[in-house]
Design a protein around this ligand. Sequence first.
Ligand code: C2E
Ligand code: CA
Ligand code: CA
Length: 660
Amino acid sequence: MSVFRRLGRIIFESPGSAELSLAQWHALKRQVPLMYAMLLANMIILAATHFSSAPKYLTVLVPVVFTLLCGARILRWARGDGTTITPGQARRDIKAMVVMGPVIAVGFAGWALSLYPYGDALQQSHIAFFMAVTTIGCMFCLLNVRKAAVAIGACVLIPFTVFFILTGQPVFVAIALNMVLVTATLTTILLDNYRDFTGLVASRQEMALKQEETQHLLDENHRLAWLDSLTGVPNRRSFQKELARALDEAKAKGRTIAVARLNLDRFKAVNEIFGQIAGDRVLIEIAQRIDVNRPFSSFLARLDSDNFAVILTENSTGPNLERLGQRLCDAIARPIKLPSGTAHVTASMGVAASGPEDTPETLFDHADYAGLLAKRDARGGTMVFSAIDAHDLRQIRRMEHLLHTADLDEEIYIVLQPQFDIAIGETTGFEVLARWRSPVLGEVSPAEFIPMAERLGQIGRITQIVLRKALAISEKLPRRMRLSVNLSANDIGSPAAIDAVIAQVEAAPRPSRVDFEITETAIMRDLDQAREALSRLLSLGARIALDDFGTGHSSLTHVQRLPLHRIKIDRSFVAEVTSDPTSRAIVKTMVDLCRNLGMSCVFEGIETEAQLEALAGLGGTVMQGYLFGRPMMPEMALAHAEKSDAGWRPERNQRFGAAS
Ligand code: C2E
Ligand code: CA
Ligand code: CA
């Protein structure tokens, strides 16, 4: 009973997975035509052995009908190569096979048995043999679709056994029993085989899935490694690889390529005003605009935050580069709509064409330098790297190399510039300024080597040397005088640099009389870090001055919230105070501002008496400039300090109400 139930379950089981259906279909496609061919051949042979004894409709007509039917099935399965078959179609074909197979089997069995009455014992044995062998052959051909195999087996075996047992002939009864045993054995083997087959398909499917997963991971890795996750354009790594490849190719073909460097102007402000998420949107939009406007053959990458680069492999000559630069800068400058407003962003672009000697590094360096020049001299526009730039850049690189290898302890020295308080008519202190005397280059201006040292990461060492030399001098100065040492934005931004400054000041005899000057840039880079650094410096008893006030972008709120003692008004305002009413008005506002905030106010770069008079008239008191003394060697400064009112004539002091 349970055997029948099992067979029934097999026959009515639902179709397997898509992969199994496809695999079965492909097996059927190979085996079904063979099966029908075998069936037809056996049928013709059986019809032939009964041709003379049985009626013609049985030996000719029925075989012709079967031949047409089986021929149609053979054609049906043989057509096409099966590459485009879908799981749905495969299932439909298998279902048709499962239905058609038993129907045809019953037809053949009925036909064969209907010949029985017309033959002698030998012919009847042929019928039994035909049915047994053909059934076994068909089941074998349908090995991979057990439903069809079992159905056919059952459809033939049952009438076969019943029929031959009923004949009462011992030989036929024996044949029927043989047939039952063989079919049962065959079915067992078939079911085992089918299990292996489905297992194989399942493991193949699992393997394909794993392969797909691995491919997906590989793709994802590739994306992470080579594409910028925010904008989706290639990243710095891709850029470097592509630049090396494009340059090699260009050299081999005797052609040139160009590299364009785009840096957004004041992108930080966009982040501050609209927030980080909007800032990201802006970057995505900019990447798209560059992408749309760049030449088709070029290569775009985002190098980092607001830095993009384009490699141009065609039309890389001067005028073309300028035109392209203009097009890209114009596209970027179009307003960008954001949920919380409209952002206006511009980009400065530097572009350089390759020369025969260029390496990827030098070419990029040239574009980078042109980008810096664009930032400085053509904000929002393009600069093409020229022969003059190449000369300048060589000088800079040489200087960088010399600075890098310099014996800084030996070569850096300090000069002191007096700061004079006209209210009391005395020099109250000196600003400490660094100088570099290179054995190769001679005297180098700090305006050149300080930014260079910041770039090269050497400013910390220079600060240390300047501070050490300043502390040594401060001990020799009259007690009422203080020294003011400049700190770079990099110093303020680095807790380690501040630690080193504090360690030096603490190691010097106390109380120290060293103050510090910091720039707006230092504060704006990281407000929290700046506040932390300032409070640590204050704990030394140092005073803090905000340098170059008016030239940066610090907001009043920031200035107000920081523990500052003085503000140094930049030279540019002083230079125009006598000629420009606006500058005068600004200076007046600054003086009032300092007074309101309880800070002192120092004017820088006073060169003429007219400037001094104008500033004094506006309420300024502490003055620094060539009029009061140029930066001088420490020995001179000490002598100057002895007569603290030197550099200024007493009668003038009296005019401004100071004691002489
Ligand atoms: P700064 O801190 O604004 O220094 C004032 C600059 O103005 C000095 O130039 C000084 O010589 C110059 N100066 C002073 N009075 C006058 C004047 O009446 N007319 C004119 N035309 N210029 C005047 P210097 O020494 O060339 O320094 C340039 C800049 O280099 C400094 O500007 C400062 O930013 C930086 N620097 C100098 N020494 C150091 C240092 O030890 N550390 C750091 N971090 N930066 C330094
Ligand atoms: Ca300064
Ligand atoms: Ca200054």
